[in-house]
Design a protein. Structure first.
Length: 156
């Protein structure tokens, strides 16, 4: 069972902000994302990357395409009311991909997010997340991001 952290103000219950104790929390996988030839091509065109590997008979996705899928898992993090995180107060500070193989047309990719590390510095939360991308249970890519999140101003 997961412990809930709450603080009580004069009139409202507020979630306690994210803390280092939240490291290790893993969320259920996001719904599978089907990698399609059209999405690969759209992404490559948006990047202005004409690499033939993205447009041939058996296309692979540009490496940064993994961010599109990994970002779908972020919904669980920002939807966790206990953490008090808001996407509107978040800056994506860093992104690293570790590929086991390229993403290919026809892959049904699941993305599962784990909070790896939380550092709190005053009004700033630095949250490192890991999103494991897999196809049929086999690892495809590990996407790590550092998010910089400012806390909401305290109620007056």
């Amino acid at each position: 069972m997961r412990a809930a952290f709450w603080r009580l103000s004069a009139t409202k219950l507020h979630p306690m902000p994210i803390t280092p104790e939240h490291a290790g929390r893993t969320y259920p996988p996001a719904p599978a994302y089907r990698v399609s030839r059209a999405k690969i091509a759209e992404f490559a065109v948006a990047l202005k990357d004409d690499n033939p590997a993205y447009f041939n008979e058996a296309p692979i996705a540009p490496p940064t395409f993994a961010a599109v899928i990994a970002a779908q898992a972020w919904g669980a993090l920002f939807g966790d009311d206990e953490l008090g995180l808001a996407l509107s107060r978040t800056v994506h500070a860093d992104q690293v991909f570790d590929f086991h193989r390229p993403l290919r047309e026809g892959d049904d990719v699941t993305a599962q997010l784990t909070i790896e590390k939380v550092r709190v510095r005053g009004n700033l939360d630095m949250v490192t997340i890991h999103v494991a991308l897999s196809v049929d249970g086999e690892p495809v890519c590990d996407a790590r991001s550092t998010l910089m999140h400012t806390k909401e101003a305290a109620d007056a």
